[in-house]
Design a protein around this ligand. Structure first.
Ligand SMILES: [Zn+2]
Length: 278
């Protein structure tokens, strides 16, 4: 997971851009008439997001005389569609994460924008930039249209949360099996119980344990030939030193990557570095 800079787009400007080419006069009038609602609800969203209380917002299935499907269509036909008036904003939001990585799993590449509060329940936020999270296709599908009903059910919001200052991702090896590593969350005691539950909710919603275990097994498969060479030349001590240096390098790059957690485990698991990998 990672944090992203909060988009500074004005909610009304984005909405106006999206509806700028609506030809149906009646629809255009009805959409224009809800601009005040777009501004009002955007301000409410921002306020709640900054207080980690988005779960308090109630689903809103229409706005003024504009129906739900007309609002969601602003997103699909006038924002996400290639060549549509809002597409350049869509692309800018989608391309924001470093290395094109999904901020929710920090593993796969971004393929879409995910509505943090789903447009099926909150169509008024269909094109609100601070509700649109760059995400990989898998994370987008796994979250689906789930709506948080209490504080602890809120997954990590990359624009408003920072869970990366402390180490919380840990890996543990199953002895006698060099390829099986399990990943879990273990945040510091100083975290609030809600923050701990939110992290766990995020980890489960996006099935990060399964994802990271799979990648770790492939990583281990790739390093075993080298570890065998190091052991032959420099012994167990050499293997431990090599794995420790890998861990330090990964930790320096990213506190809670699966690689950091993996090399922490491999360099401290005596069974593994002593020859369990052979
Ligand atoms: Zn993802």
């Amino acid at each position: 997971m990672t944090t992203l800079a909060i988009p500074d787009d004005d909610a009304i400007d984005v909405f106006r851009t999206c509806i700028s080419k609506v030809r149906d006069k009646d629809l255009k009038n009805r959409l224009s008439e809800i601009e005040y609602l777009i501004a009002k609800t955007a301000a409410e969203y921002r306020k709640k997001a900054e207080a980690t209380k988005l779960f308090r917002l109630k689903p809103m299935h229409c706005a003024g005389d504009v129906k739900k499907d007309e609002l969601t269509s602003v997103y699909t036909s006038r924002f996400a569609l290639k060549g549509s008036p809002g597409r350049h904003i869509y692309d800018r939001l989608k391309n924001a994460p470093a290395h094109g990585r999904c901020p929710l799993c920090w593993q796969r590449t971004v393929g879409t924008l995910d509505h943090y509060l789903p447009k099926a329940e909150f169509p008024i936020y269909s094109v609100l930039p601070i509700n649109l999270i760059p995400a990989c296709i898998d994370c987008n599908k796994l979250k689906s249209d789930e709506v948080p009903r209490k504080a602890s059910e809120q997954t990590i919001h990359p624009y408003f949360d920072n869970f990366e200052d402390d180490r919380w991702l840990v890996a543990s090896h199953k002895e006698d099996d060099p390829y099986t590593v399990r990943f879990s969350t273990d945040p510091p005691d100083k975290w609030t119980s809600i923050a701990k539950k939110r992290l766990q909710k995020h980890f489960q919603t996006f099935e990060l344990g399964v994802l990271y275990s799979s990648h770790a097994a492939v990583e281990i498969e790739g390093i075993i030939p080298r570890l065998k060479n190091i052991k032959r030349i420099a012994g167990t001590c050499g293997v431990k030193t090599h794995l420790h240096e890998e861990w330090e390098s990964r930790l320096n790059a990213r506190t809670n990557s699966w690689q950091t957690a993996l090399y922490c485990e491999l360099s401290s698991n005596k069974w593994f570095y002593s020859g369990g990998f052979e």
